[in-house]
Design a protein around this ligand. Sequence first.
Ligand SMILES: Cc1ncc(COP(=O)(O)O)c(C=O)c1O
Length: 450
Amino acid sequence: MTTSLDNALKNEIANYTAANPKSAELHEKATQFMPGGDTRNSIYWDPFPLYITDGTGTTLIDADDNKRTDFVNNMTTLILGHRPPEVISAVAEQINHGLSFPAPSPSVVKWAELLCERVPSLNKVRFVNTGTEATLNAIRAARAFTGKEKLVKCEGAYHGNHDAIQISVVPPLDQAGDAESPEAIKAFPGISRTSIDDIFIAPFNNIVSAERIIREHADELAAVIVEPVNGQCGMVPGTPEFLEGLRRVTKELGIVLIFDEVIAFRIAYGGAQDYYGITPDLTCFGKVIGGGMPVGAFGGREDIMSMWDPTNGGATVQHAGTFNGNPMTAAAGVATLENLTPDKFEYLDNLGESLRSKLRALFTELEVPMGVTGVASLFALQFTSTEVTDYRSFATNDKKLLNMMFIGLLNEGFLMSNRCAGNVSTVHTEDDVDALVTAVRNVIARIGYA
Ligand SMILES: Cc1ncc(COP(=O)(O)O)c(C=O)c1O
């Protein structure tokens, strides 16, 4: 199988290279000005990424005029698809009035109101420009509020690109230690030693071990940060037992519970906390809430968020940002939230479930060692016969098979993330789902399984 897989991948890459000469040329030029031609490692792939010129609805067009159905939606952001008319007209209207101002605008008030109304735990919210800044500020809030420094995060979870949290994201298994008491491993060189010293790693979806780790270090802990649906491991939902257990123990011990809903907000009208019926102390947002513009936000309990209140003698914690709550993002965010009505979530849930069950049926029929994880509109292909519930089970994925599927799907006219994760938007249909399932079948046939 290895040799035939190697040959199949070679063919797939040759076909990809032949079909995308302008992207190859652009990449060649890009390497002169950006390291590896890249400015966002998560969207690079070998031999070169596609250069996109247009996105409409579910369709992307690249520099070579190839059309593909997009199941990435800028990493789960574009929940209404590319260029939804309501969002485009709101942004166009704002362009007529200005791009950014050195003072708040009415649209930011509306945006905050819409978010606080729909997310159960959100008494107050603050806007930033990335999910990275959202988790950075939520962690800072927890530290300032509790007077403690240390954190617990889950193994295999990505919470953004800053030192405090770039730990044990995809740790090498030979360094990661015991599955029940994982080691804290720097994601890459350049992360400070203090970040390692200030964090403890818990296994995802294992409340017994997570609770033991939290109790052991309770006196030093400012926060437990968790992604209710683990994106990095393939949109793996937290079990209610795990998430409820984290809420119970953090509440008992006075530790701030942070939900990172940068991705998971899209699983229900009021976000993941609405879906699970759990109230975190703080929540981080990004992606969907900015309607396609750069965005992040963090918010939650009144007593914690009031540390930023500049009235009554000044804020305890400073928070600036030239583009925070800028009117362009606010306009896109308001239009998106206003269009994200409960019926849209029902549609997304049904379509996501249909996609996952059709893929599962395909893998059973073809008897291939593959699976599907996900919840609501989120899904990911898993290239293992092990059920994926956490980082260690995710690590059993066959990376070569994954790469073959990813490039194979590009050649079939579909874009997934380069980890073969995806999501549906409100403009995807059952026809798109069926076409994707056929494409996956075709790639499996080229691998030689069927
Ligand atoms: C769960 C989670 N948190 C935080 C981030 C960081 O967001 P951004 O890329 O906007 O900085 C991401 C990005 O993918 C994410 O998936």
